[in-house]
Design a binder for this molecule. Structure first.
Ligand SMILES: *[C@@H]1O[C@H](CO)[C@@H](O)[C@H](O)[C@H]1NC(C)=O
Ligand SMILES: *[C@@H]1O[C@H](CO)[C@@H](O)[C@H](O)[C@H]1NC(C)=O
Ligand SMILES: *[C@@H]1O[C@H](CO)[C@@H](O)[C@H](O)[C@H]1NC(C)=O
Length: 527
């Protein structure tokens, strides 16, 4: 009797041991999110902080741009926006209530270095971010920090034309060094740039973002060259990334133990048909959008599709640049993913005029419809369509092209068109946002189950905020903000995200934890 019980017990133990890895994977109810997965919300300095001239901050390109009449749809600007600079404690409480373990934000470059490397470090700016970072860590929330998110000290624009000059590499390197020096003991996740593809396309091709440069056939600007300048600006950004990573690797990383990457805007381009031509067009669209930056940073050269089509309009890397790129690289790829488009070949086929169908974008027409049917539900933004499958496809694409380098979904979210500040049942009970996020989470989970090394997800955004040229006409928040009183009110989506995180972290699923930079910072430095 005793003996047989013992045997029975042994059998269970052995079965459990043998079964364990297999059973977990096979269990459709097991959370696909590893236990050290980062769940967070994302923000950026210009869209959130306000306090545009407080405590010694210098003017940046967005301050100057938004103050010119006609640039922002509702005539607004980010002078105050949601005043996160002063109300961050309240916002951290909201984050804590949701249960996030990370917060993605950006450092306002002009707050730290009002005149770039041509002036002194603004200690009040350093002090602000020290307070923010320390408050986060006290709540167990990991800071995940961008060195810049579209904003650059206006001084650098005025002195030498910012991204059009190779001098900017020296400035970016200097800024990065200051940030690592003051904050790197506690910040373990750094990203150099946020969506540099969007910044250069809108700043130098269509001219709708600062510095408002374009050729007349591409937009309404007083100066610029849409066929050349986006590629020059991108080239300087890529080399600035390499310079910053080089500083991190040589002076800080060993001691501080963090990691560094870049954040790209990533669209899923679905070939409009199964033809080889349309598949190649989708590949060109990706080359001219995302791989444009990731290929040089990871593989030392521009995508071959770009080299072939752009020829001398595409700058080239010297041997020395290539060596630098090859030796620095990145530790992870940040993916901002919201939407998908169909893509149609216009290089070998006769094609209507439209977005994407130019030499500068690789002759790959982007369209939201196929046979009159949208790729997904449309939203308040003309570029945002609800197509959750795109999340799994873009992750898989990046995984395969770049050898499953660790990834973070650094942005994903849903917007509504709601100009009024007043609270209604409809604005608080945001079922469409919940549906969007839950669909994209399913797709992310599917990618994880198939082995994609995604280590975090940041929802855009905690609060309604300043949406660039659309001002305050578009709302992305888990919390509604009344822009006149700055009162924050949780929406249904905030409750949903809280439950989602709780559901996926309560039962710790054991999976390999091989990511190093995950300890809370011990040293709270002050200045
Ligand atoms: C182009 O910009 C100028 C100056 O900002 C403005 O007066 C003009 O109306 C704009 N034209 C178009 C077609 O938008
Ligand atoms: C950089 O890496 C690429 C891809 O591995 C390689 O083709 C190239 O020769 C390398 N360049 C230098 C200068 O090391
Ligand atoms: C969390 O889990 C509960 C219980 O299984 C379920 O009813 C609820 O829908 C889940 N919520 C989310 C947001 O995942």
């Amino acid at each position: 009797m005793e003996f047989s019980l013992f045997v029975l017990e042994m059998c269970f133990t052995i079965t459990a041991l043998l079964c364990y890895p297999v059973c977990l994977q096979g269990n459709p109810n097991a959370s696909p999110f590893p236990s050290n997965f980062l769940f967070g919300t994302a923000s950026s300095s210009y869209q959130f902080e306000g306090a545009f001239l407080s405590d010694g901050k210098g003017l940046n390109n967005w301050d100057v741009f938004t103050h010119k009449p006609g640039n922002i749809m509702d005539g607004s600007n980010g002078d105050t926006t949601v005043d996160h600079y002063h109300l961050y404690q309240e916002d951290l409480d909201l984050m804590q209530d949701i249960g996030v373990n990370s917060y993605r934000f950006s450092i306002s470059w002009a707050r730290i270095l009002p005149k770039g490397r041509f002036g002194s470090v603004n200690k009040a700016g350093i002090h602000h971010y020290n307070k923010l970072i320390n408050s986060l860590l006290l709540k167990g929330i990991q800071p995940f920090v961008s060195l810049t998110h579209y904003d650059i000290p206006q001084e650098l624009e005025n002195r030498y034309g910012a991204w059009l000059s190779s001098q900017v590499q020296e400035d970016f390197k200097y800024h990065a060094d200051i940030c690592f020096k003051y904050f790197g003991d506690r910040v373990k996740y750094w990203t150099t740039f946020n969506e540099p593809n969007v910044a250069v396309i809108r700043g130098y091709r269509s001219g709708i973002y600062p510095p408002s440069r374009c050729s007349s056939s591409f937009g309404n600007c007083s100066n610029g060259d849409s066929e050349k300048e986006p590629f020059i600006a991108a080239h300087n950004i890529i080399l600035s990334h390499a310079a910053a990573v080089d500083v991190y690797r040589t002076k800080y990383q060993k001691q501080q133990g963090g990691s560094i990457g870049i954040v790209m805007n990533a669209i899923w381009y679905e070939p409009i048909s199964n033809s080889l031509k349309d598949k190649q067009a989708a590949e060109r669209a990706q080359a001219f959008y995302m791989n444009w930056f990731l290929d040089p940073i990871i593989m030392g050269k521009y995508p071959k599709e770009m080299q072939e089509i752009l020829d001398s309009n595409l700058p080239s890397f010297s041997n020395h640049d290539q060596e630098k790129l090859n030796s620095t690289g990145l530790d992870f790829i940040g993916i901002n993913h919201y939407t998908s488009f169909y893509t149609k070949d216009c290089m070998f086929s006769v094609c209507e005029q439209g977005p994407g169908n130019t030499k500068t974008e690789g002759f790959a027409l982007r369209t939201a419809t196929k046979n009159g049917v949208f790729i997904g539900e449309s939203t308040a933004l003309d570029w945002l369509f609800v197509h959750p499958q795109g999340m799994e496809k873009i992750i898989t694409y990046v995984k395969e092209r770049y050898n499953n380098i660790p990834m973070f979904i650094t942005e994903n979210g849903f917007c509504e068109n709601d100009k009024s500040d007043s609270l209604t049942e409809e604005t608080v009970n945001d079922v469409n946002r919940v549906e969007y996020i839950s669909g994209y989470m399913v797709a992310l989970g599917a990618a994880l189950r198939k082995g994609a090394d995604v280590r975090g997800y940041f929802l855009w955004s905690l609060l309604d905020n300043f949406e660039w040229t659309l001002g305050f006409t578009i709302r992305f928040g888990l919390h509604h903000v009344d822009f006149s009183t700055l009162k924050r009110t949780p929406r249904g989506s905030a409750t949903w995200y809280k439950q989602f995180i709780a559901n996926h972290t309560a039962e710790k699923i054991l999976m390999p934890q091989h990511y190093p930079g995950n300890q809370l910072g011990q040293h709270f430095n002050t200045i």
